[in-house]
Every structure is written in C-alpha cells, then in structure tokens.
Design a protein around this ligand. Structure first.
Ligand SMILES: [Fe+2]
Ligand SMILES: [Fe+2]
Length: 272
C-alpha cells in the first residue's frame, strides 16, 4: 500500500487572487470556487465517517491509511477555509451551506456503513475531478498562482487516498447494493449542489447573464476532454461489480507532480 503523508503548503492566500483566476473564464472559475466552498463541511464529514469505522478495523495497513486520510483531509479543510475567506471578500457566499449542514446532521443517524458508502461515492467524484485537474491541460493550465498549486496539491492527495473510504467500507462488510444505491443518491446531490452553487457564484459576480459565460460553460462541459466527456467513462466504471478505485492506475502522474513540487510544501510525516 501507498503510505499517505501529510503536507502543509507554503502558501498564504491572504493577499487575495484575481476574481476570475482560472484563465479569465468566469464559468470554470466559479465551478472550481463552488467545489472549494463545499470542502470544509464535506471533508469534515468524510473524516468523521472513516474515523467512526476505525474501531472496527483490525488490519494495520488499512488503519494507517485511514489515519493518513484523516490528516490529508484536515489540511485540505484548513487551506480551503483560507481560500473561501478570500471568496467572501470578493462578495461570494456559500449559499447552499445551510442545506448541506442540515443533510450532514441527518446523516449522523445512519449506520457507519451507510456513511462510508456516501463518503466513498463523494471520493469517487473527487478522484475523477482530480484525475482531470492533474492530467488534462485545458482544465487548470491557465490558472493563476498560487491557486493552481493549491488545486494540484489537493488533487494529488485526493488521488493518493482515493481507495481508503472504499477499502474501509468493504473491510466492514459493505456490499454492492449499498455501494450503488448511495452512489446514485450522491450523484443527485453532487450534481445539484455544484450546479446551484456555481450559478449562485456567477450571479453574485455579475457574470450569470453574459453570453460569454454560457459559451465558456458549454465548451467546458461538452467540449473535447471537458467535464462530461472526460468524466462519463470513469463515472460508469463505478457500476461494475468488481470495480476498485485503483483499476485506474494514475499514481505515477501524481507522484511525478509531488516529486517536482516538493519545495512548495513541508512534509509533516505520517500520522501515528
Ligand atoms: Fe480533500
Ligand atoms: Fe478525499
């Protein structure tokens, strides 16, 4: 198994960044911003889900992976909280936040296994998004620094830990039916949340009714190697009964980025 390290980025976002930091493209910028807004609440939920399974896990390798997962998601939350504070200053707000917080409160009544199924479904969406961020130049190559580095770092670590929730779910006896049922539920939530929050961000920054924004959205969503064409085969792969996140072996591309960029973060080692 791949050992998960905790890395703190040597980046301070308090100097701010351009409003359309992603290639001057309002649509793509606000879609990425919508994802960032979801992380502090969402990643805390993922942490709580895998942590609640820890007492049930006997395998030492998997226990170490779970602790690494928790450490990585915790540093992502901190960095995205700084990022989101700058978005607040730009006049944006996490409009769907209260609804998401309510859903998470309700989910606490579910079993450990169901919360893990929800978490691993979100982790699959995150893994697809991260794969494209690291591998498809038109997704992030024209991004302004330091946000480009923030997204590449987050995507690299999401790739590194993409099977942890999945392996934990199966280690406690989770099966195919639960995996798929919760994946369909998360598909609806993830798509709806992303759409609503992206539209709200565009509305707040005054770009929603500009034809150029809609053209950017069409190109990004339906263009070659865009959101849907890139994601669909990876999305559908999850339905295969024998699916495992590492069927798509993209660790080498991730490690290449981490090796090249080691000056931009401090390694904090592996958690105990
Ligand atoms: Fe994360
Ligand atoms: Fe993750």
């Amino acid at each position: 198994m791949n050992t998960l390290k905790i890395r703190h980025l040597n980046i301070d976002l308090s100097q701010g960044f351009p409003r359309h930091w992603l290639g001057g493209d309002a649509f793509r910028t606000q879609l990425f911003n919508a994802q960032s807004m979801s992380f502090p609440l969402g990643e805390q939920y993922f942490i709580d889900s895998v942590r609640s399974a820890l007492p049930l896990i006997r395998n030492d390798d998997l226990r170490a992976q779970i602790k690494g997962f928790i450490g990585q998601e915790a540093t992502h939350r901190q960095m995205h909280a700084q990022y989101n504070a700058e978005l607040d200053k730009q006049g944006l707000s996490y409009w769907i936040g209260p609804f998401v917080a309510w859903r998470i409160r309700v989910a606490r009544r579910l079993s450990v296994r169901s919360n893990l199924a929800v978490t691993m479904a979100y982790e699959h969406f995150t893994a697809i998004f991260s794969d494209a961020v690291l591998g498809e130049p038109q997704w992030l190559a024209d991004a302004a620094e330091p946000l480009r580095t923030v997204w590449l770092w987050h995507s690299a670590e999401e790739t590194e830990h993409k099977s942890v929730a999945f392996d934990t779910y199966h280690a406690i006896g989770g099966g195919y039916a639960g995996r798929i049922a919760w994946f369909l539920y998360v598909t609806l939530l993830f798509s709806g949340d992303t759409l609503l929050q992206t539209m709200h961000n565009l509305y707040r920054d005054g770009s929603l009714w500009q034809p150029r924004t809609w053209w950017q959205g069409m190109k990004y969503c339906f263009g070659r190697n865009g959101l849907f064409r890139f994601s669909l085969p990876h999305y559908l792969a999850y339905f295969r009964p024998g699916f495992h996140p590492w069927d798509r072996d993209n660790l080498a591309q991730t490690q290449q980025w981490l090796n090249q960029q080691h000056a931009v973060f401090r390694e904090m080692g592996t958690p105990e």
